[in-house]
Design a protein around this ligand. Sequence first.
Ligand SMILES: [Zn+2]
Ligand SMILES: [Zn+2]
Length: 169
Amino acid sequence: MKSFNLRQLKLRSGEEYRDEIELELEPFEFGGERYLPVPGTVPAELAITKASTGTVFQLGFNARLHGPCYRCLGDAVLELPISAREYQATNPDGSDELRTPYLSDDNLDLTAWARDAVALALPDKILCRADCAGLCPTCGKNLNDEPHTHDDEPTDSRWAALEALREQL
Ligand SMILES: [Zn+2]
Ligand SMILES: [Zn+2]
């Protein structure tokens, strides 16, 4: 389901509509990388509650994103439990805080809402695991597969200069 039409609902104040829906999730661009929701369609719980002053929308689902790890570029899987809430006043009086951006002409844009809710739930960095060692800055190998250091190699350019001198002697 990409959007939900409210016209069919004839909720009176105090009434609640609750339904299990199939929600379509979109791929994400994050930090220049692409993350795919797997599966692309997830079961979601949609609740619409009518109050005297407005309507409360709630959307709950679990998103699972697949994409590259920020540190090692290996496969990362991110589980995100999402619980989003929006409010639309019956008379918003031009105030953006009293209206949800996902509602237009009685149509609730579930895809846009779900995308923004997932974006808000993303961590600073998507990692394959919390303690991912990343790639070696010297040789570029994956430090998770091959933990190593390069202590025995000269890192200071002065040592390289000495090395070159010694070869000339
Ligand atoms: Zn990693
Ligand atoms: Zn290395």
